[in-house]
Design a protein around this ligand. Structure first.
Ligand SMILES: *Cc1c(COP(=O)(O)O)cnc(C)c1O
Length: 343
């Protein structure tokens, strides 16, 4: 049994996956009478490629990762859920994650009835690997890290992350939804060094494709095999496969958007710092700013009444009094600043 298989829930290890028509026969043929499809309405009448080979080849070129180390999901939310279902036995195993962080890890753990343990970041949002490892026990199967972290915006120190990757015998998930906005390197190039590392990225943020729902998991072939075994066979529809494949060819445009948004984020930070309602603007490696204001609920409510919506994070641990503000266009950011000036 591989290292990975020994971590997998028994029912998943033993699972005989559904074998769909498109995976039983692969290749060219002139007559397809195997999947009860309608012969008319090409090309939408045919089931899509369950393993999205063409799209993965393009993503492999983009990310310099072998296609066999890629799983695609309906957003990165899909692999988050699948990884919990693959590794965590409900009511037995547990998950440890930094806190505060992206809310979906805890929701998915709750849905799967898996204990979720929060390990607080320091007050300045830096990360202490030893403290997080202290929260683990022999039933900890997963650690969720997020860098740049949401909602705090900061990168997790790579030396601390390495302590987790070497010191933890379970699966470490590194969520890199905001990696395109960061000057720090991705953990993708380290998959060879850490066979239990799983990196999540998405087309939802820098690529401007949140509505299309396409997320990526990168991991060892063993982990990818389990993700493919458990996912719905046709989880990525044909329209998405084709469209994302086209969008990838516009990488230069994505990079230009990132440059513009980072510039706007810096302008926004400067403007915000000068406002009386703003107490602190936290440094950010992402396309948003965490901002501590004098009265978060009051400021949030007034902005809503003016039609400007930000995210109220003031009830989240370590984020008391904070709003999370996405960097928008110059015009959008100016509208926000003008409203805040009038408070
Ligand atoms: C936005 C975000 C995602 C993206 O989720 P998708 O399902 O891919 O849209 C993932 N992780 C974090 C931390 C995020 O902020």
């Amino acid at each position: 049994m591989t290292d990975i298989s020994s971590l997998v829930r028994r029912n998943i290890r033993d699972l005989k996956p559904y074998s769909c028509a498109r995976s039983e026969f692969q290749g060219e043929a002139s007559v397809f009478l195997d999947a009860n499809e309608n012969p008319l309405n090409e090309p939408y009448n045919r089931y899509p490629d369950p393993l999205q080979i063409e799209l993965k080849q393009k993503i492999a070129g983009l990310k310099h990762v072998n296609p066999t180390r890629i799983m695609l999901g309906a957003g990165s939310d899909e692999p988050i859920d699948l990884i919990i279902r693959i590794f965590c036995e409900p009511k037995v195993d547990n998950i440890v994650a930094i806190s505060p962080t992206y809310g979906m890890y805890e929701v998915c753990a709750d849905i799967n009835n898996v204990e979720y343990r929060k390990s607080a970041l320091n007050d300045d949002f830096t990360f202490d690997a030893a403290r997080l490892l202290d929260a683990t026990d022999e039933h900890t199967k997963l650690i969720f890290l997020c860098s740049p972290n949401n909602p705090t915006g900061n990168i997790l120190d790579s030396n601390e992350v390495r302590k987790i990757l070497t010191g933890f015998r379970g699966i470490t998930v590194m969520d890199e939804a905001y990696v395109d906005f960061s000057t720090h390197p991705s953990w993708l190039q380290e998959l060879d060094s850490y066979p239990r590392l799983t990196v999540l990225q998405t087309f939802s943020k820098a690529w401007g494709l949140a509505s299309v729902r396409c997320g990526m998991a990168f991991a060892s072939e063993d982990i990818i095999r389990y993700l493919n075994k458990v996912k719905y066979p046709y989880n990525i529809n044909l329209l998405t496969q084709k469209f994302v494949g086209e969008q990838i060819t516009f990488e230069a445009r994505k990079n230009e958007w990132v440059r513009m948004l980072l510039y706007q984020r810096e302008l926004l930070a400067k403007e915000l710092t000068q406002l009386p309602v703003v107490e602190h603007v936290f440094p950010s490696d992402a396309n948003f700013l965490l901002v501590r204001v004098t009265d978060a609920n009051e400021v949030y409510g007034r902005l809503v009444r003016k039609g400007v919506i930000v995210r109220n994070r003031s009830n989240i641990s370590l984020c008391q009094g904070c709003l999370r503000i996405t960097a928008g266009t110059e015009q959008e950011n100016n509208l926000l600043i003008n409203e805040l000036k009038q408070l």
